[in-house]
Design a protein around this ligand. Structure first.
Ligand SMILES: [Zn+2]
Ligand SMILES: [Zn+2]
Length: 387
């Protein structure tokens, strides 16, 4: 770790990778302010049978705002970003009722926006969970590749287009089909299917790009803090080396694609213990069945959809955090059992932090020092315990 007060190469790299997100945040915020204050249609001009999924749009707009705000790095803690999001929802709804013609503040819009903020908070909290040191190194490999990908604003733009085009195409297609065949307006459904299509397209694209970036990383061996090549540095017996530019420590295994064990669904559900499982079940019932049903009966299908999105969003965030936790505890003892075939690796020799399973040739890492959550211990003396 570098000292936080130093404006060194690591700090400069970090600032550089945040730049595109800051531009995106400013443009996005302007877009929300303009569209939400755009004059609405006069009541008599509205075709009454067409239904705009405006509750879901509120949900997505403000959830997206909070995520971008957090990614911009202008607000460091996730709960501060959430508070800013809630403030924006309130102010936006209030100014709509004052400045925009044919628009009025509605409690349902407000609730939908808040639910978006809540869901984003769940994800930010999951991402912000501190990781054990070994897992930290592994996730930094991913985040370094992610930063490299989005350092260029053109890549963010490409991703935005890859989301927007399928979203619009699929949503319009589903809506028109439902309208023609059934004569009914299925705005919520069309938007939801469009969103799923958009997410699949974006995920496939990111995955492909990430694989090529991660593969290209093995030769220059970049420092994950400042980006400088660590190729020439010889690691110590346990596989550790210190970046000559910024002082960040790196383990030899951090540039290698290591096999991680599978985390089956029942294990993920149980990751948070009995109380966690109970919460998850209760949330499933409330969020996926009771609340949407009650609201559908009350003719609030838009809000029902927003609650559905919230529960799906929070449950996936919880499972992501659970998987992170499981991988963390597994990585702490990495080098004792093979992730691929389960063989005992206790007696297998490693060469400067990296070894191979004698049974299936799967590569594994051994960090050769206690793994703990304390970042402060990172600057301590190397203790190659397996030497
Ligand atoms: Zn460095
Ligand atoms: Zn094996």
């Amino acid at each position: 770790m570098i000292a936080p007060q130093s404006i060194g190469p690591a700090f400069l790299r970090h600032e550089r990778t945040l730049q595109p997100w800051r531009i995106a945040l400013v443009l996005y915020t302007l877009f929300i302010i303009i569209t939400s204050h755009w004059p609405g249609q006069a009541p008599e001009a509205i075709e009454p049978r067409h239904y705009v999924p405006d509750k879901l749009i509120h949900f997505l707009a403000f959830g997206g705002f909070v995520m971008l705000l957090w990614m911009s790095g202008w607000i460091r803690s996730w709960w501060m970003a959430s508070l800013a999001g809630i403030g924006f929802v309130l102010i936006d709804e209030w100014t709509q009722s004052i400045f925009a013609t044919n628009r009025h503040a509605s409690v349902e819009d407000l609730i939908a926006g808040m639910l978006g903020v809540l869901t984003a908070s769940g994800w930010m909290a999951a991402f912000a969970t501190p990781a054990p040191r070994a897992l930290g190194t592994r996730s930094r490999r991913q985040s370094f590749a992610m930063e490299t990908l989005f350092e260029q604003p053109s890549n963010i733009l490409r991703l935005a287009l890859l989301g927007a085009v399928p979203l619009l195409l699929v949503a319009v297609l589903i809506y028109s089909i439902a309208w023609t065949l059934l004569g009914a307006s299925y705005g919520n459904l069309a938007l939801t299917v469009g969103l799923v299509a958009a997410m699949i397209c974006m995920w496939v694209h990111i995955r492909q790009r990430m694989i090529s970036i991660l593969d290209a990383m093995t030769d220059p061996r970049p420092c994950f803090a400042c980006g400088n090549s660590m190729k020439e540095l010889a690691p110590d017996e346990a596989g550790w080396a210190t970046c000559s530019v910024c002082g960040e420590e790196a383990h030899r295994s951090q540039w290698v694609r290591l096999v991680m064990p599978k985390t089956p669904l029942p294990m993920l559900i149980k990751a948070d213990g009995i109380s966690g499982t109970a919460c998850l079940m209760l949330y499933l019932l409330l969020g996926l069945i009771f609340a949407p049903y009650a609201l559908l009966v009350a003719d609030q299908s838009g809000l029902a959809g927003a609650i559905l999105y919230t529960s799906v969003g929070l449950i996936t965030a919880m499972m992501w955090a659970g998987r992170h936790q499981l991988l963390g505890s597994w990585l702490t003892s990495m080098g004792t059992r093979c992730a691929q075939c389960g063989s005992d690796l206790m007696d297998v020799e490693v060469d400067r932090g990296l070894g191979q399973c004698p049974q299936c040739r799967t590569e594994f890492a051994r960090f050769g020092r206690p793994q703990d959550d304390e970042e402060g211990g990172a600057n301590g003396v190397h203790t190659p315990s397996n030497a």
